[in-house]
Design a protein around this ligand. Structure first.
Ligand SMILES: C[S@@+](CC[C@H](N)C(=O)[O-])C[C@H]1O[C@@H](n2cnc3c(N)ncnc32)[C@H](O)[C@@H]1O
Length: 235
């Protein structure tokens, strides 16, 4: 798997259940069109295959239907991870997981898209990986038993903890400084960040909102924050 050697890989839930649209008993199931995605077998057959260990013979033979950018077509997962590892960004993301939060999978997917150094899951080891859409294969995911273990890791790694929540005293993210090296810490649906998590942080930032809802969901908030970090630092 892809976790760095010292990372304590968290355990995702088992196989993804198939998700179909909600139907009433009266409605017959509608067949979903199976649209081809990705690429078919490497043109020209085995004689034309590239002589490069990064390419996966299975994918060359049968095609690559994965959700990967074109530059990584036909590459093995290990080769993709090794390449990502040469250019990962300076930010990490962390989320508290006391209630089996459904947002974690989506946060892992966004962390992959924005090339986070690592994702940290604090609390329950198991997490719902449905929203990750298998991007967790390409992402280093580390588990921490509780906030104090997470803070110990952050202090040892000299990575400042930036809590992200719209609580009293939060500074607007769009008007403040965003360090190049940091870990953004997110709370869960409902309770938001725990008091321990807020106390562990060296800064608390919020995403400015304009409507009537108190908050956006945690995975949307994580995507906004990662995008803002990239806007300032990504090259
Ligand atoms: C649904 S919010 C819950 C708590 C929120 N503090 C409240 O007052 O309702 C869940 C998590 O999403 C993130 N979040 C949602 N909206 C946010 C915002 N406007 N600014 C910063 N973080 C936000 C935070 O990490 C928060 O802990």
């Amino acid at each position: 798997m892809t976790a760095s050697p010292d990372a304590d890989r968290s355990v995702p839930d088992g196989p993804e259940p198939s998700a179909g649209p909600a139907r009433t008993a009266a409605e017959p199931p509608e067949p979903e069109p199976q649209l081809p995605v990705g690429v078919g077998p490497w043109p020209g057959g085995p004689a034309a295959w590239p002589d490069d260990p990064r390419y996966d013979p299975e994918l060359l033979a049968h095609g690559d239907r994965r959700n990967v950018v074109d530059a990584y077509r036909y590459w093995t997962v290990d080769a993709i991870v090794a390449d990502l590892d040469t250019r990962r960004h300076g930010f990490h993301v962390a989320i508290e997981n006391w209630q089996h939060d459904m947002n974690i999978g989506s946060i892992v997917r966004s962390a992959n898209a924005f090339l986070a150094a690592e994702v940290h899951i604090i609390g329950r080891r198991r997490w719902n990986r449905r929203g990750a859409m298998v991007t967790d294969r390409y992402q280093h995911v580390r588990h921490h038993e509780d906030v104090s273990a997470f803070k110990e890791w952050a202090d040892a790694a000299s990575v400042p903890i930036i809590a992200v929540d719209n609580v009293e005293g939060s500074a607007p993210l769009d008007h403040g400084e965003v360090p190049e090296r940091c870990v953004f810490l997110f709370g869960q649906e409902g309770p938001g960040l725990s008091p321990e998590a807020l106390a562990a942080a060296s800064a608390v930032v919020e995403i400015t909102q304009y409507g009537s809802t108190r908050s956006i969901n945690a995975s949307a908030a994580a995507a906004v924050v990662m995008y803002e970090w990239c806007r300032r630092w990504a090259r």
